[in-house]
Design a protein around this ligand. Structure first.
Ligand code: NAP
Length: 662
């Protein structure tokens, strides 16, 4: 394990000279057991991002020299690294590494996320291994082969539960396959935006571009040999629960229009929230003679060079696409209905240094500590500051003191980026509090707005003619191409599939067009054996990686299937009281969070201002809530028997209050 790190000492030293100091320090403390070095370095680490340190060079050199010595000692002696590090020690190490106290309650989550204990504790194991016949008779259908679908497949495969994936596209990747607009990239750090059980040592950037992420997903599918379980190019149209035999009949269409149905015990939706583009009903749009396309359906056959391009929308997709095409087009008109908040991150455009890459690949635990650092940097830190303070005197523009400070800090940054251009500044600073809509990372957006060939158009679009966009004030903008960066139909979850549960009730009938609810975002009363990943109120808007949430959901779902198989249940259905109690808490919690702010419109909520998409919980809370499937919260059934309703009280309604939520 240590030989590869010390085989070439010059290479090791060269890498350490360039690699981040915090993960290096953590590895040193872990392997040496010497915590005094933490006290020396900690005062110079001011936050979890790598750029928030001011460790003097001589102290850095001391850490490097000692780490080289420790690694050589391990390699020479053949000693095993300490497998169990006491929680108190970990807390001290972690707190030093991110420059702030890491509360004790986070330690088990962080150990799990980083695999510091060298085990995959999110994997599910049999409790009472059923005979292979019982397992073999079971079947699950997973809809979608993106991040969530593949994660589910990996876990089911580990347990030997038979499954099949139905995927409408011709390859794996989901949203990362469909979104291929110029500049498409992740805005969550990649060493954390990746499966915890399949880290990638080779990310070229801190925030990688679409092709590299797609490559990672494809490589994961190959590594776990998943492609043979996937039917590509088939689109699920309906899933209907049959009370008689407690099975779902899943109907899909092949690319050549053939309809087929397969029966299954369980259906797991992994279709995501952002896969159906939203095209606003702008009058006259269909009359436009030039190309019109959505960012998620980018038309590569259209050459934008020298064209007058209109881009409608200023969300995450626009902020990545706009600056990427601006240098090539004759003119870019950006149509902004409401401005977004954008924050700067110095690592956003950077490549991972050769030293860091080498260290991740060769130094045991370096990558794990880096993942910890990034998890901390982008997780629950802002959660408390996103809640409205009822006594705050400026409730329109900010929520509380911390949120107001953030507002001022961002305005300060934007002012500098815009060279104090007061007209532009007035247009781009939102009137609502930071984090009301999704917080974006500045992809040189403001610099783009300063380009001579770019114009920011505010106000409302009245209609489109065959060659121009006409504003409500009568201004006419002649353009050649229209790019719709107008987002997705997020609240209309599972659409356009028709999902029919017990007594023929459809999910649309229960949820309406835009009011989805589920227990933990995963299960819905009346729809037995149906499980959702990335379902209602599970989007992350305060921080975190959606892959973390996916892994929480997949563990829970796998445990639920285990419960069914081990007990011979034909159905498992969440209790209505449990579901309703949970959703009441979700609504109460959301009501006080920034996304429900009356000055904000966004895809996080429905037209009645109910937050339907976004999770109100800290990552820690959701992790705890989904850690153990609780059978008492479900009605189980066996064919020919009355439903089994466990007598105990459901834990959730009582115990969410017990969690220190927020
Ligand atoms: P979005 O955030 O929903 O933004 C849609 C934009 O279109 C908004 O600016 C909206 O204005 C505007 N719009 C909608 N209808 C309009 C109309 N009739 N007239 C004028 N403007 C109109 O969509 P998105 O940018 O595609 O992002 C969606 C989500 O995808 C993100 O929040 C994120 O979760 C994900 N995403 C992630 C990344 C990443 O880096 N990881 C990149 C891209 C997308 P209003 O604000 O006024 O409604």
């Amino acid at each position: 394990m240590f030989e590869t790190a010390v085989r070439d000492e010059a290479a090791l030293r060269a890498a350490l000279a360039e690699a981040d100091i915090a993960p290096m320090l953590m590895v040193l403390a872990q392997l040496s057991g010497d915590l005094d070095i933490l006290d020396e370095v900690a005062p110079h680490i001011h936050g979890a991002w790598s750029f928030l340190e001011s460790v003097p060079e001589d102290l850095k050199q001391k850490v490097r020299d000692r780490l080289v010595a420790v690694l050589k000692d391990y390699a020479a002696s053949g000693r095993e690294p300490p497998h169990h590090v006491p929680s108190e020690t970990l807390q001290k190490m972690m707190s030093a590494g991110v420059g702030q106290m890491v509360p004790e309650e986070y330690i088990p989550l962080l150990v799990e996320e980083t695999h510091l204990g060298d085990e995959d504790t999110r994997a599910v194991h049999w409790q009472r291994k059923p005979d292979s016949l019982a397992v073999g008779k079971f079947k699950a259908i997973i809809i979608g082969a993106g991040f969530s679908g593949l994660c589910t497949a990996i876990r089911l495969k580990e347990l030997g539960i038979p499954f099949e994936i139905l995927e409408k596209n011709t390859d794996v990747g989901g949203t990362w396959l469909e979104n291929d607009y110029p500049g498409c990239a992740v805005d969550t750090p990649n060493h954390f935006y990746s499966y915890s059980f399949n880290p990638n040592d080779k990310w070229s950037r801190h925030f990688s571009r679409r092709n590299e992420i797609l490559g990672y997903i494809a490589a994961t599918a190959d590594k776990y040999d998943l492609r043979r379980y996937i039917r590509f190019g088939v689109e699920v149209t309906t899933a209907e629960f049959d009370e008689h035999d407690a099975r779902w009949h899943v109907t899909f269409q092949t690319a050549d229009g053939v309809t087929q149905t397969i029966d299954t015990n369980a259906v797991i939706s992994a279709v995501g929230q952002l896969n159906r583009p939203s095209i606003p009903p702008i009058a006259g749009l269909s009359q436009f003679r030039g190309p019109v396309f959505h960012t998620a359906r980018w038309d590569r056959t259209v050459d934008l060079k020298g064209k007058r391009v209109a881009m409608i929308g200023t969300g995450a997709s626009a902020v990545q696409a706009g600056p990427s095409i601006a240098p090539d087009v004759a003119s870019l008109l950006v149509f902004q209905r409401t401005p977004h908040w954008l924050m700067n991150n110095p690592n956003y455009h950077k490549e991972v240094s050769a030293g860091n890459k080498w260290a991740i690949e060769h130094i045991p635990y370096f990558g794990k500590w880096l993942r910890f650092q990034l998890f901390w940097a982008g997780s629950d830190g802002f959660h408390a500051s996103l809640q409205m303070d009822p006594d705050w005197p400026m409730p329109d523009i900010s929520l509380n003191e911390a949120n107001h400070k953030m507002r001022e800090m961002i305005i300060d940054y934007v002012r500098k980026e815009l060279d104090d251009d007061k007209d532009l500044l007035a247009k781009v600073i939102p009137a609502y509090p930071p984090y009301g809509k999704r917080m974006l990372r500045d992809n040189y957006w403001y610099r783009m707005l300063k380009r001579p060939n770019v114009e920011l158009v505010t106000g409302s679009i009245a209609h489109v003619t065959e060659d121009s966009i006409v504003m409500e004030d009568g201004t006419v903008h002649a353009v050649d191409v229209i790019i719709m960066a107008t987002g997705f139909q997020a609240s209309k979850m599972l659409w356009p599939m028709e999902i029919k549960g017990r007594m023929g009730r459809t999910i649309r009938g229960v949820w309406g067009d835009d009011d989805p609810r589920a227990y933990l975002g995963i299960t819905v009363p009346g729809f037995p054996n149906l499980f959702l990943t990335y379902g209602p109120n599970t989007n992350l808007a305060h921080g975190g990686s959606i892959i973390f949430h996916t892994e929480c959901q997949v563990r829970y779902i796998t445990q639920a299937l285990r419960e069914m198989i081990e007990n011979g249940y034909s159905t498992l259905e969440v209790r209505t009281d449990v579901h309703d109690g949970y959703n009441k808490l979700v609504d109460e919690k959301c009501r006080n969070m920034v996304w429900a702010h009356p000055g904000v419109t966004s895809w996080y909520k429905n037209r009645h201002n109910r937050v339907t998409v976004t999770s109100p919980w800290r990552l820690l809370d959701y992790w705890k809530l989904t850690q153990h499937f609780v059978p008492e919260e479900y009605r189980a059934g066996r064919i020919g028997h009355a439903p089994i309703i466990p007598g105990q009280e459901a834990r959730v309604v009582a115990s969410i209050d017990g969690l220190t939520v927020g």
